[in-house]
Design a binder for this molecule. Structure first.
Ligand code: GCU
Length: 681
C-alpha cells in the first residue's frame, strides 16, 4: 500500500536488525507511569505505538520496578520519581525542559524520563523515541534539554475559505466546515508532529485574514482545535485584523486610543478566553501592503500593539506585532522602512508585546543579510520570523533544505555589543535580557497527503522546530536526524543525501539570485524568473528596482553614495560591508552597484562570475538528480519516484532561471557568455 509520507519523521517501522531490537527491548521492558493527565496519556500512547512498531512487541504498563523499565512522570505526580531526588537537575530545566536518565530504582536498571511538567515529560518521550529511531546507544543516558526560546510558533497563512497564502501543499488543513464537531485525526497527528520537535504554538490564520475568525461562529471552531491540541502543549493564537471593530463590531473607528475601541477589544478578548482559556494571543500585520493599522488614525505601531496587549495582559496573552511594514508611497529604499518606523519606538511597547521581525529586510529571499532591527531594539523583545513555505525558493517543486539559511541569520554577528553579539543571542533574550522570547515560522503545511507538497519540505518544518528549541544545533546534525527517521539509518544512503541537502540552498542561490541579487522573481506569484519586471505604480514590487542593471554595471548601492541602508547596521558591519573588497561576496550586489568588469575574488569579472554562478547552479541540480538515482535501493518506490520527478522539474526550472537571467542581464552587459560555459538550452 502507498507510502506517501503522511507519517512524517514519526514512522516507527520495525528495526530490521534483530540484535538491535533485542537491545532496545531489554531497555523497554515495561512502562511505569504513576500520574494521569491528557498529556501523560499522549506520551503513553506515543510510546506504545512507537515501541510496538519499532520493536515488534507491545509495551506493557507495569506497577512495579523490573529491570529495563521506563519510568515516566514528574516529582509531583510520581512518588517513584520523587524518591530519586532529582530536584537539583530539574530546577534549571524550567517548565518545558526534560531529563532522561539511566539509573537504578530499587536496584533495578531503569530509564527515567522526567521534567517539571507533563509537557516536559512528553518532549522527553519524543526525544527518547528519536534515540531509538536513529539507533543510538541508550545505556548510559544523562540528557538534559530545555528550550532556549520560549514561544516557538508556526504561522499558518490560512484563509477561512481554505486557500493558503503562499501555500504549495494543497488547501488548509483546518476544515472549518466540519468543525467543531468533527475532529480530524490529522489535527492530532499535526499536534504530535509539532510536539515531537517542541513547537508550542500555532497561529491558525493568515496575517492578511479578515476579521471573521473573531466572530462567535468561528471561535467555537477555534475552541475545538485548541482542545485537540492542548494535550500536546500546543497553544492556539489568532491573527487580529486591526479594523475588526469596524467590520464585525459595527464601530465607526478602529482608532487604538478611542475608548470604545479599547472596550471592544477587551470584550472581544474576554470572549475568546471564554472559549479558549489558555489562548496564546494575537499576531498582527498592520499598515503594511495595504492592511489597516494605527497609522490610519495618526497613531503609531506602539499605540496599536499596546491597546491589544492591554486587552489580553491579565490572561497572560501576548501580542506579536509584525515589523514587516513598507509602503510604496514612501520613496525610500524598502529595505530601510521597518527600521525607520520601529527603532524610534524602542522601549514604548507593553511588556507582553513582541515585535516580530523577518530574518532579512526585504522579504524571505534565497539570501538576505540579517535584518538591521536585530540588535537595535534592546528594550523591546524581538522575535524572529522565518518562512518555512518556499515562496521565493522555488515553491514546492524545489528541494531546498533551509536549516543553512536559518542558521546563517541566527549565527550572524550584529556587533551591537562587540563581537559575538549574534542574532541568536538577540532572539534567545541573552543579549538584551529580554523576558519574553519567540520565534515564528511561516508554515508549509497543507492537506497534501505528505503535508508539505515536496517530501523534503518536511525537513524544513522539522529543522525550524529543532532550531527554535536550540539555535546552536548544526544544520548537519538536524539533517542527519531527519533523514534517519524519515528514510533509513544506512550510511550509504545518509552520506550522499545529507550532502545533497546541505548543498541545496547554496545551489538554489546560484541559479536564482547569486552574489546578493534579490527579488527578481516572477511578478506577484514569485514563481520562476522575472528580472525584467517593471511596474510604474509599485517600484517596490518590480525587479529592475532591486538589481538596477545598466550598461555600466549592476547592483543596489546601499552605501552612503546610495540609499545608505547600511547605516542601520552597527559601525563594524558598516565598515566591513561598505567596502566591496571586504563585503562578503554573497552580499556584494545587495550593498553595491559595481561595474561589469569589476574583479571578484575568483579573478573573474563580475559579469563572468554571474554567468559562472548561474551555470554552476543549474549543473548542481543535475548532480542532485544523479545522486538521487544512486540511492534507489534504500527508498520505497513511491517516495523515490516522488522526489525523482520533482528533481527533474527542478532541473528544468534551474535552467530556466539560468537562461532567463543570463540572457536578460546580457542585454545590459553587452558581453559574451564566457567560453567554457555551455550555451543556453
Ligand atoms: C510577502 C508575501 C505576502 C505576505 C507578506 C507578509 O510579501 O508575498 O503574501 O502577505 O509577505 O509577510 O505579510
Amino acid at each position: 500500500f502507498a507510502d506517501d509520507g503522511y507519517r512524517l519523521w514519526q514512522r516507527y517501522d520495525l528495526i530490521k536488525d534483530a540484535q538491535k531490537r533485542q537491545y532496545y527491548q531489554e531497555n523497554t521492558t515495561g512502562l511505569l507511569m504513576e500520574g494521569n493527565s491528557p498529556t501523560l496519556t499522549a506520551a503513553r500512547q506515543e510510546l506504545e505505538m512507537a515501541i510496538s512498531g519499532l520493536l515488534g512487541k507491545p509495551l506493557r504498563s507495569s506497577t512495579a520496578i523490573a529491570s529495563g523499565v521506563l519510568v515516566l512522570g514528574t516529582p509531583q505526580n510520581s512518588p517513584v520519581i520523587k524518591s530519586l531526588n532529582l530536584a537539583s537537575k530539574l530546577v534549571p530545566l524550567g517548565s518545558e525542559g526534560f531529563l532522561i536518565l539511566s539509573t537504578t530504582v530499587n536496584n533495578k536498571k531503569a530509564t527515567v524520563i522526567t521534567a517539571n511538567s507533563d509537557v516536559g515529560v512528553l518532549y522527553g518521550t519524543f526525544h527518547f523515541l528519536k534515540l531509538l529511531q536513529t539507533q543510538q546507544d541508550i545505556n548510559n543516558l544523562a540528557i538534559s534539554s530545555a528550550p532556549k526560546i520560549k514561544n516557538r510558533i508556526l504561522n499558518h497563512w490560512d484563509n477561512l475559505d481554505r486557500t493558503v497564502e503562499r501555500g504549495y501543499a494543497g488547501f488548509s488543513i483546518w476544515d472549518w466546515h466540519r468543525l467543531p464537531d468533527y475532529i480530524d485525526q490529522r489535527y492530532l497527528d499535526y499536534a504530535r508532529a509539532n510536539a515531537s520537535i517542541g513547537i508550542n504554538g500555532t497561529v491558525l490564520t493568515n496575517v492578511n485574514a479578515n476579521a471573521l475568525i473573531l466572530t462567535k461562529d468561528y471561535l467555537i471552531k477555534v475552541k475545538a482545535l485548541a482542545d485537540a491540541f492542548r494535550p500536546y502543549g500546543l497553544k492556539v493564537y489568532l491573527t487580529a485584523r486591526f479594523s475588526a471593530p469596524i467590520e464585525i463590531g459595527k464601530l465607526k473607528t478602529a482608532d487604538p486610543l478611542d475608548p470604545e475601541v479599547k472596550t471592544w477589544w477587551k470584550n472581544k478578548a474576554a470572549e475568546v478566553y471564554s472559549y479558549v482559556p489558555d489562548f496564546g494571543g494575537f499576531l498582527v500585520k498592520a499598515n503594511s501592503e495595504g492592511q489597516p493599522g494605527p497609522q490610519n488614525y495618526g497613531r503609531n505601531h506602539a499605540d496599536g500593539a499596546n491597546m491589544l496587549a492591554d486587552a489580553i495582559a491579565d490572561k497572560g496573552g501576548i501580542v506579536m506585532w509584525r515589523a514587516f511594514v513598507y509602503d510604496n508611497k514612501v520613496p525610500d529604499d524598502r529595505a530601510k522602512q521597518a527600521f525607520t518606523e520601529f527603532k524610534p519606538l524602542d522601549g514604548s511597547f507593553r511588556k507582553n508585546v513582541l515585535v516580530q521581525v523577518k530574518n532579512g529586510p526585504i522579504d524571505f529571499q534565497p539570501r538576505e543579510p540579517f535584518h538591521p532591527l536585530f540588535g537595535a531594539m534592546p528594550k523591546t523583545p524581538l522575535m524572529m520570523e522565518f518562512q518555512i513555505t518556499q515562496e521565493y525558493l522555488g515553491q514546492a517543486t524545489n528541494l531546498v533544505y533551509q536549516a543553512p539559511l536559518y542558521k546563517e541569520t541566527l549565527d550572524a554577528d550584529t556587533y551591537v555589543k562587540g563581537a559575538g553579539s549574534t542574532v541568536a543571542k538577540v532572539i534567545d533574550g541573552s543579549l538584551h535580557h529580554y523576558q519574553l522570547t519567540g520565534i515564528a515560522g511561516v508554515s508549509n503545511i497543507g492537506n497534501d497527503r505528505n503535508w508539505t507538497g515536496h517530501l523534503f519540505g518536511q525537513a524544513n518544518w522539522y529543522c525550524f522546530g529543532r532550531l527554535a528549541w536550540d539555535p546552536t544545533l548544526s544544520s548537519e546534525k538536524i539533517a542527519d536526524e531527519w533523514l534517519r527517521m524519515t528514510f533509513t539509518n544506512e550510511t550509504a544512503f545518509l552520506n550522499p543525501i545529507k550532502n545533497l541537502m546541505l548543498q541545496s540552498r547554496e545551489t538554489l542561490v546560484n541559479y536564482m539570485t547569486p552574489l546578493g541579487l534579490h527579488h527578481i522573481m516572477g511578478y506577484s506569484h514569485h514563481y520562476g524568473p522575472g528580472p525584467w519586471i517593471k511596474d510604474k505604480q509599485r517600484a517596490d514590487w518590480t525587479s529592475v528596482y532591486y538589481h538596477k542593471a545598466t550598461a555600466e554595471g549592476i547592483g543596489f548601492d546601499r552605501t552612503p553614495t546610495g540609499s545608505n541602508a547600511l547605516a542601520q547596521y552597527s559601525p563594524a558591519i558598516q565598515q566591513k560591508f561598505g567596502n566591496p573588497q571586504t563585503c562578503p561576496e554573497e552580499f556584494l550586489l545587495w550593498f553595491h552597484h559595481l561595474k561589469w568588469d569589476y574583479k571578484v575574488k575568483s579573478g573573474r569579472t563580475l559579469w563572468g562570475e554571474i554567468c559562472q554562478r548561474y551555470y554552476q547552479g543549474a549543473a548542481e541540480v543535475g548532480k542532485m538528480r544523479q545522486t538521487w538515482q544512486t540511492i534507489q535501493a534504500f527508498v520505497d518506490a513511491e517516495r523515490f519516484n516522488h522526489v525523482k520527478m520533482l528533481l527533474n522539474i527542478q532541473e528544468k526550472e534551474a535552467r530556466w532561471w539560468r537562461d532567463a537571467c543570463v540572457l536578460y542581464f546580457q542585454t545590459f552587459s553587452g558581453r559574451p557568455i564566457p567560453a567554457g560555459l555551455e550555451k543556453p538550452t
